[in-house]
Design a protein around this ligand. Structure first.
Ligand code: SF4
Length: 337
C-alpha cells in the first residue's frame, strides 16, 4: 500500500519544491462548479505540488531591462513543461500501485470552465474548475494572502501549483496554522492596476477555517498584469492604447479625464491585438506577457516578507536594491513596440 510519505518522496525526487496532501471531505460546501469531487467521485486525496518561481526571474523586470524571462520561464516553463512532467512521474507511481491519478495542471483551465452542458441532471457543467489557491489551503501548503496570492512559508508568493486527485487513501496533512501575511497592504499600494480593494474583502470558509482576502478586480488586474500602464510599460505601442488601458484601470466610464475612453470589450483579445509585445508572447510561449511582473502582489509582497525574515528560502542580498523605476508619462507612449 502506498503512503503519503512515499508519494511525497517521489514528488520531491522528481522536482517538486513543496508537497502537501489534503482529504477530499475538505471540499464540503464548495459550489457545484468548483467541486473536484465531481471530476473523480471516488477520490480520497488531493496532492498539491508547489514549484518555485526563481527570484532571479523577476530581476529583469525589477531593473526594467529584461521582460521575457518571467513569462517564458516563470510561467510557461513551469506550467506547461516542468510541472506536467512531475505530475506525470507522480501519476506513474500512483497508477503502478493500483490507484488512479487525475493530473490537474495549471494549463487545464485554458479551454474554459463551466462552458459546456451538464451531461446529466445534478452534474456540474464541464469543465469543473479547481480553485488552485483554495486547493493549496486544503493541502496544508500555506495560506491566501490579502492580495489573494497563495503564500507559502518557503517562498511567499513565489510559486506555481499543480494537483493530483487520487483514490489512494493517503493520510492528509493538517491545515497550515501559521500566519504569513500581516496585512501590510503593500500589495494594494504598489499594484499598478489598482486591482486590489483596500476595504472590500472576500470571505470563505474552507474545512472549518475562515479565509479572507481583498476583493480583486479581475478586469483591471488582467489589463495591468499583461500590459502594465504607461509608467511601467516600455513597449507601449501608442498613445491610444495607453489611454484605453488608463481608461480600464481608472474606470473612467465613457469619457473620463483627458477624454480617455474606457474600453468595454474583451480585454484579453484587445491586448493581444493591439500590443505587439503581448501578441508575440502568446505566439512564443502560449502565455500572456506579464509587464507588471507582480509589482504589488509578488515583488512588493515578497520584499516585505523577506525583510520580516519569515520565508525559509533565504538570500544573501535583499531583492529590492534600488528605488523602483517609473517611466516619465510623456515617454510612455509611441515607443517602438
Ligand atoms: S498582477 Fe499586477 S495588476 Fe494584478 S494584482 Fe498583482 S500587482 Fe496588481
Amino acid at each position: 500500500m502506498i503512503t503519503s510519505q512515499m508519494v511525497k518522496d517521489v514528488a520531491r525526487n522528481c522536482g517538486a519544491d513543496i508537497v502537501g496532501i489534503g482529504s477530499m471531505d475538505r471540499f464540503e460546501g464548495a459550489p457545484l462548479q468548483y467541486d473536484p469531487r465531481y471530476i473523480m467521485p471516488e477520490a480520497k486525496a488531493i496532492i498539491g505540488l508547489g514549484f518555485r518561481i526563481h527570484r532571479g526571474l523577476l530581476r529583469g523586470i525589477e531593473e526594467g531591462t529584461y521582460f521575457a524571462a518571467y513569462p517564458a520561464m516563470g510561467y510557461a516553463n513551469i506550467n506547461d513543461v516542468y510541472a506536467p512532467m512531475v505530475l506525470r512521474e507522480v501519476g506513474n507511481f500512483i497508477e503502478d500501485n493500483g490507484h488512479e491519478a487525475f493530473l490537474y495542471s495549471n494549463g487545464s483551465v485554458r479551454l474554459g470552465c463551466g462552458i459546456g452542458k451538464p451531461v446529466a441532471p445534478g452534474k456540474p457543467k464541464p469543465d469543473v474548475f479547481l480553485h488552485f489557491r483554495i486547493a493549496g489551503v486544503i493541502c496544508g501548503m500555506g495560506e491566501i494572502g490579502y492580495s489573494k496570492m497563495f503564500l507559502t512559508p518557503e517562498f511567499g508568493p513565489r510559486q506555481r501549483l499543480a494537483f493530483i486527485l487520487t483514490d489512494a487513501p493517503l493520510e492528509p496533512d493538517p491545515l497550515f496554522e501559521g500566519k504569513i501575511c500581516d496585512g501590510c497592504m503593500k500589495c494594494v499600494r504598489a499594484c499598478p492596476g489598482k486591482a486590489i480593494s483596500k476595504d472590500e474583502k472576500v470571505r470563505v470558509t474552507v474545512a472549518g477555517k475562515e479565509l479572507a482576502w481583498g476583493q480583486i478586480n479581475d478586469r483591471k488586474c488582467s489589463t495591468a498584469y499583461q500590459a502594465g500602464t504607461r509608467e511601467i510599460n516600455p513597449f507601449m505601442p501608442s498613445e491610444e492604447v495607453a489611454a484605453t488601458i488608463d481608461g480600464i484601470i481608472n474606470d473612467t466610464g465613457e469619457k473620463g479625464e483627458k477624454g480617455m475612453t474606457s474600453y468595454t470589450g474583451n480585454v484579453w483579445g484587445y491586448l493581444r491585438e493591439n500590443v505587439p509585445y503581448i501578441k508575440r508572447c502568446w505566439e512564443s510561449f502560449h502565455h500572456p506577457a506579464t509587464i507588471c511582473g507582480g509589482r504589488g502582489c509578488i515583488r512588493a509582497c515578497m520584499s516585505h516578507l523577506e525583510e520580516r525574515g519569515v520565508l525559509k528560502n533565504k538570500f544573501e542580498a535583499p531583492f529590492r536594491r534600488r528605488k523602483e523605476w517609473k517611466l516619465q508619462p510623456e515617454a510612455a507612449a509611441a515607443v517602438n513596440a
